[in-house]
Design a protein around this ligand. Structure first.
Ligand code: ATP
Length: 317
């Protein structure tokens, strides 16, 4: 039986602007998404029965039909029933390194990896854009996780436009293990508190989304100028998450005072917070300082870096 191991990188948001509500219940967004080296490993193996079996080493992650990786496999089985009959089902084993419910797209990147792995197991030969299209039906962040690198995402986050990839900007990530922020809560609260300001501008929505392309942060990315990128980090959801979660605010404030930190921001709907740094050495030093300041074992700290790709095959047998 064949097997593939896929590397599924996490993402951070360098930029997140909420443009408006959408009739489908999602939000119109303008984001800049960035892949990072912190990644899960997903092993996919053909099995003789036409079933989907899922294993995961992380206690908070469900291994039933609610797992996004399971949903991705079920989607492939529905789309390609002849391949399922010919090659059999699939056993998926997720080795989690990405913090769960953190704003780092952990579930979405697992789903992207399963789409790619099943495409390979079943020899379907799907293109990246076909995988992105399938991914969009599973979740807004999945197409980005297929594409990876540095990407402007508009629409509900699924309309992608790639920028020159940013390599090797170092990152320290901080997340309280037991603290989760519901993405649905964050957007709902933002809508309740701030929608009156954008609802008045309905006619200019697409122009506002398109304006992200001429933002200074995009120029800084094109110039690979990490100092300018760090100055222009932005996330509208901080307006609701930081006041409601003082621990997250504290992480933001603490990062901002560390030597070498170019900029700091919450990722997605949080509660993970990241800081950008010029070198690995500086990042390791900041990680130690943060640990000294907050000795609480519940706080997870990671050193990572920006990368220029999304999901990738590590090995096959
Ligand atoms: P995003 O940044 O896309 O909003 P996130 O990083 O905030 O995502 P996830 O790690 O994807 O959040 O987890 C969100 C919820 O989804 C968790 O409560 C978790 O139980 C559930 N979940 C389902 N499938 C997975 C998976 N494969 N990996 C992690 N969590 C999963």
């Amino acid at each position: 039986m064949r097997s593939y191991t896929i590397i599924a990188p996490a993402k951070i948001n360098l930029y997140l602007e909420i443009i408006s509500d959408r009739p489908d219940g999602y939000h119109e967004l303008a984001m800049i998404l960035q892949s990072i080296a912190l990644a899960d490993e997903i092993n996919l193996r053909s099995i003789s029965s036409e079933k989907i079996q899922l294993n995961c080493n992380h206690p908070q992650v469900p291994t039933n039909e609610s797992n996004l990786a399971y949903k991705a496999a079920a989607l492939m089985a529905r789309q390609f029933p002849e391949a399922l009959t010919k090659y059999g089902g699939v056993e998926i084993t997720i080795n989690k390194h990405i913090p769960v419910a953190a704003g780092l797209a952990g579930g979405s990147t697992n789903a992207a990896a399963v789409l790619m792995g099943i495409d390979l197991l079943w020899g379907l030969g799907l293109t990246k854009s076909e995988l992105e299209e399938l991914g969009a039906t599973l979740g807004s962040d999945v197409p980005f996780c297929v594409a990876g690198g540095t990407v402007i995402a508009t629409g509900r986050g699924d309309q992608l436009s790639s920028l020159t990839g940013l390599d090797n900007i170092y990152i320290v990530l901080a997340k309280y293990r037991s603290l989760e922020v519901s993405t649905a809560w964050a957007y709902k609260t933002y809508r309740q508190e701030f929608s009156s300001s954008y609802l008045r501008e309905t006619e200019n929505l697409s122009a506002r989304a398109a304006a992200v392309h001429s933002r200074e942060i995009v120029k800084a990315i094109l110039n690979k100028n990490s100092i300018e990128i760090a100055k222009k980090l932005h996330n509208d959801l901080e307006r609701v998450v930081l006041p409601a979660y003082p621990q997250v605010l504290k992480l933001r404030e603490l990062f901002a005072t560390q030597e070498g930190v170019l900029g700091t921001m919450m990722s997605g709907s949080g509660p993970a917070v990241f800081a950008l740094l010029e070198s690995k050495q500086q990042a390791e030093a900041v990680k130690l300082k943060m640990r000294d300041a907050i000795p609480d074992e519940d706080l997870e700290l990671f050193v990572s870096r920006t990368i220029t790709h999304g999901i990738q095959v590590r090995s096959s047998t």
